[in-house]
Design a binder for this molecule. Structure first.
Ligand SMILES: *Cc1c(COP(=O)(O)O)cnc(C)c1O
Length: 379
């Protein structure tokens, strides 16, 4: 059966000896804008493409304001800082995520608390979140504390796995009830909508990534989506060395960061954003073909959650058990089709094995069974 799956995938991506998981696609104005950018000499941290990319992205996502960042990981760090996460705080998140989520909160000196995901979204479960809070946390003066560690619990960071939105309405409700700041790790979900609203715009801040393997790319890059214009302004200031505007003096009024996205990367981003709607159509078309095929051979395919429109960044199948997963990975990678298991659970990595955890039965089940299959835009 594995050989049939390999042939089917190769048939979907013809003329490739090795089918990658996700290759970037440049078919629009990329070269034109890059040339313009080089001719202007403004290739670095200021320029018209930076402003345009921020404005276009805010318009596309419906965010009040968008702020570019050097990459998605540092954008999450900034987002957590902007909502007031401080050294020693705890942040509620899912262990089924890419390492960047937990690295970013660690840069803030915060500790992760790992909450299970839902089977139908692969993302943070609002029900499990509330269960954990009711058992292990307490509200004092509108601030949530971990009863065991005594630490303040400041924020909640769900991640929209492979572009599938988490149950956002319920999650917003739980966060509001317990005075938690909601920061969405929407790094994988550009072009994904929950009941018509773009992911990354439900909490105080949302974060996108434009790394080379994401749905659209700037080479490397990230973005913060804000609902609060003042907070966005402060973020822009702090990510640009906190330099106070002056005709010649070097005045800085905060510890700042050099987290700017260069104009040349933003030029690439502007062109990529123009082609995003076409990419999304192609990706949904591929997901539909996969769904049909895997249904016909009795393999579970990960479909978008109810009420959502996923970008289908990476398609995923859920195999019977770890043994089947391992033999599938072995066979496909040896036969010219790149496949990958889902990430190892964060609570199993040495840096986070001391972290507080809720019941993680869905994560444990999924971590042994999910495999990503080739998902590039097909031309
Ligand atoms: C890609 C990604 C990020 C950000 O990654 P960068 O490479 O730093 O842009 C963050 N979180 C998740 C879940 C991701 O997949």
């Amino acid at each position: 059966m594995y050989s049939e799956i390999v042939n089917t995938i190769k048939g979907l991506f013809p003329k490739q000896d090795f089918v990658p998981l996700h290759a970037p696609c440049f078919v629009g104005n990329e070269k034109k804008y890059l040339n313009e950018c080089i001719d202007s000499t403004f290739v670095s941290s200021v320029g018209k493409f930076v402003d345009r990319f921020e404005n276009d992205m805010a318009a596309y996502t419906g965010a009040k304001k968008a702020v570019v960042c050097v990459n998605g990981t540092n954008a999450i760090q900034m987002a957590l800082m902007m909502v007031g996460v401080e050294r020693g705080d705890e942040v509620l998140t899912q262990p089924l995520t890419f390492i960047a989520t937990c690295n970013a909160l660690s840069y803030c000196g915060a500790h992760p608390v790992f909450i299970d995901v839902d089977r139908d979204t692969l993302g943070l479960s609002p029900v499990k979140l509330e269960e954990w809070i009711q058992e292990y946390a307490e509200l004092r003066d509108e601030t949530l504390y971990n009863k065991r560690t005594g630490r303040r619990i400041k924020a909640c960071v769900p991640m929209h796995t492979f572009g599938h939105p988490v149950h956002l309405n319920k999650l917003v409700e739980v966060c509001n009830r317990y005075h938690l700041k909601l920061v969405e790790d929407a790094a994988e979900s550009i072009g994904s909508f929950y009941h018509g609203q773009h992911t990354g715009t439900f909490g105080e801040v949302g974060v996108l990534s434009f790394n080379g393997n994401k749905t659209i790319t700037t080479g490397g890059g990230g973005m913060l989506l804000f609902q609060d214009e003042e907070l966005a302004k402060l973020c822009k200031h702090i990510t640009t060395q906190a330099k106070v505007p002056h005709p010649w003096e070097f005045v800085h009024d905060h510890i700042g960061y050099n987290y700017r996205m260069p104009n040349i990367n933003a030029a690439l981003g502007c062109a990529q954003l123009e082609t995003l709607p076409a990419f999304l159509e192609k990706k949904r078309e591929l997901a539909a073909i996969y769904k049909n095929y895997f249904d016909s051979v009795g393999v579970e395919f990960m479909s978008e959650p109810e009420g959502c429109r996923s970008n289908y960044w990476l398609n995923a199948i859920i195999l019977k058990d770890k043994e089947e997963r391992d033999s599938f990975l072995e066979y496909t990678n040896a036969h010219g089709v790149m496949t990958r298991p889902i990430w190892q659970l964060m609570n199993r990595l040495p840096m986070f094995e001391q972290a507080e955890c809720g019941d993680l039965s869905n994560c444990t089940y999924l971590a042994d069974r999910i495999v990503n299959i080739p998902s590039s835009v097909r031309l």
